[in-house]
Design a protein around this ligand. Structure first.
Ligand code: ATP
Ligand code: MG
Length: 450
């Protein structure tokens, strides 16, 4: 993309309504624009990152054997009356009337709808296990929408639902989700720690929240510092293997890590003092096993091997896709702007032309731009007639992890400069070498354009 043709409305001033750094940088980098409280337009740069995050979520869900689908945002209240949640959900649910005076609502989550799909089409245990998911807009009329995309009213969420014949099978689905979530967050350059949580209105005894540690997090958390040493890495997991998924769950959840809702001071004090941590965290996902809560109230049963009808065991699993942008920025920035991890960066590399209009510099930038395109890598080429300082400031603010600086003086010696946003370190090299280096860096990060 040539910056002269892009839509990147960066702001020089820090918007006064933004209290936390991710919100400030998302506004300043022209990623989002508020349209009303907790409701945003996703401008091109923000939309690009949202799509990259979404694509990682899809890839990891599909890898785990989960099936993508899509349910409507506007739903009939009748289904929610069946489960009892139409009344129980409270003021967070946006209730709507259609022209026939029927009660409708904007989906805050979709257990009822998926259970209805399931009961209409599945009658036999032979069709189980089954896990379907969607990535869809949700609406919750939050009391205090704030912190930009972190606590929106309209937000983008992956929500998945598993249907199993037995509790044992459903717990395997639970463990499988835990494993796939660990992989998902790590691909985004995030450490998200599974912590024992509270079931809340969805209910159930088994639930973990995934938290990214950050001072601005809304949750208070307590953990054994040993949990922060764990990484999932690129290990191969057979998602059908009960033992392997169980093994990962034990490895990642056997140490103390809890949100304040489930915190147990006595247990916490058994951890050696130097490893005890109290901190704040951002909830970026949650998994639940809730047994037959919805299948019983909504009559979702299958015929078992013994010929008898039994309600199915279910769980649901959510990832805060739009909140993740904020969480990633909270975890990865400096005083100049965002520092995107390679896995989610909107463009793989920035090209800064120090002297737009200079024949050699323009030609070298064009050549670089074309080389990246040929490799399937996205470059953002700042081809505007602007001062170098302004160009650098924009690149630093929008946080592309790699920048190539091209100027007539370097070109006389056959070199351009490759700079890491994270370390600030620069290296001079021939343009072809810079392209090769960038290609190597991204070899492990799939390229997704939009
Ligand atoms: P919270 O406790 O933060 O209100 P929740 O536990 O009610 O969230 P879930 O029902 O578990 O949320 O939804 C799954 C995920 O969706 C959460 O882990 C979070 O990342 C994200 N999420 C929930 N509410 C919002 C919101 N208002 N804005 C943005 N993301 C949200
Ligand atoms: Mg939650």
């Amino acid at each position: 993309m040539r910056l002269s043709r892009y839509f990147l409305p960066v702001l020089k001033e820090t918007p006064s309504e933004a209290q936390i750094v991710s919100h400030r940088y998302m506004l300043r980098a022209g990623m989002i624009k508020q349209s009303s409280a907790g409701i945003y337009s996703w401008l091109p740069l923000g939309f690009k990152v949202l799509r990259k995050i979404e694509n990682i979520v899809h890839e990891e869900q599909i890898r785990a054997g989960h099936i993508p689908m899509q349910m409507p945002t506007i739903q009939s209240a009748d289904l929610w009356r069946e489960s009892g949640r139409y009344d129980a959900y409270g003021e967070e649910m946006l209730r709507i009337k259609d022209r026939h005076d029927r009660d409708m609502l904007f989906t805050p989550t979709a257990e009822e709808l998926i259970t209805d799909v399931f009961r209409s089409h599945v009658n036999s245990y032979k069709d189980l296990p089954l896990t379907m998911y969607q990535i869809q807009w949700k609406f919750r009329d939050e009391r205090r929408p704030r912190f930009g995309v972190m606590r929106g009213r309209e937000f983008y969420m992956k929500d998945g639902y598993n249907f199993d014949l037995t509790k044992e099978d459903a717990l395997h689905a639970y463990n499988r989700h835990l494993v796939s979530y660990l992989r998902t967050y790590e691909r985004m350059g995030l450490q998200a720690i599974p912590m024992r949580a509270d079931g809340g209105p969805i209910g159930g005894d088994y639930t973990h929240e995934f938290l990214v540690l950050a001072e601005t997090g809304e949750s208070e958390v307590f953990y054994d510092s040993a949990v922060t040493d764990l990484t999932f890495g690129d290990r191969e997991i057979d998602y059908d293997s009960v033992e392997q998924c169980q093994g990962v769950l034990e490895e990642f959840t056997s140490r103390y890590a809890r949100t304040d809702e489930t915190h147990d001071e006595a247990l916490f004090n058994e951890i050696p003092e130097e490893r005890r941590r109290t901190a704040r965290g951002i909830e970026v996902g949650q998994i639940f096993y809730f047994g037959t809560k919805y299948s019983e109230s909504m009559n979702a049963s299958v015929q078992g091997p013994d010929g008898k009808n039994t309600p199915v065991h279910m769980g649901s699993h959510g990832i805060g896709v739009s909140r993740l942008l904020g969480a990633i920025i909270e975890a990865s920035h400096d005083d100049k702007g965002i520092i995107w991890p390679e896995g989610v960066t909107p463009f793989h590399v920035g090209i800064v032309n120090l002297k737009q209009g200079d024949e050699d510099a323009d030609a070298a930038c064009d050549a670089l731009y074309k080389s990246f395109a040929a490799l399937g890598l996205e470059a953002l080429y700042d081809d505007r007639k602007e001062r170098a300082g302004g160009k650098f400031a924009t690149m630093d603010l929008i946080g592309l992890p790699w920048r190539i600086t091209v100027g007539p003086r370097g070109l006389k010696n056959g070199v351009v400069e490759l700079t890491s946003r994270r370390t600030g370190e620069s290296e001079e090299m021939p343009p072809e070498a810079a392209v090769a280096k960038i290609a190597e860096i991204y070899a492990n990060h799939r390229v997704v354009g939009m």
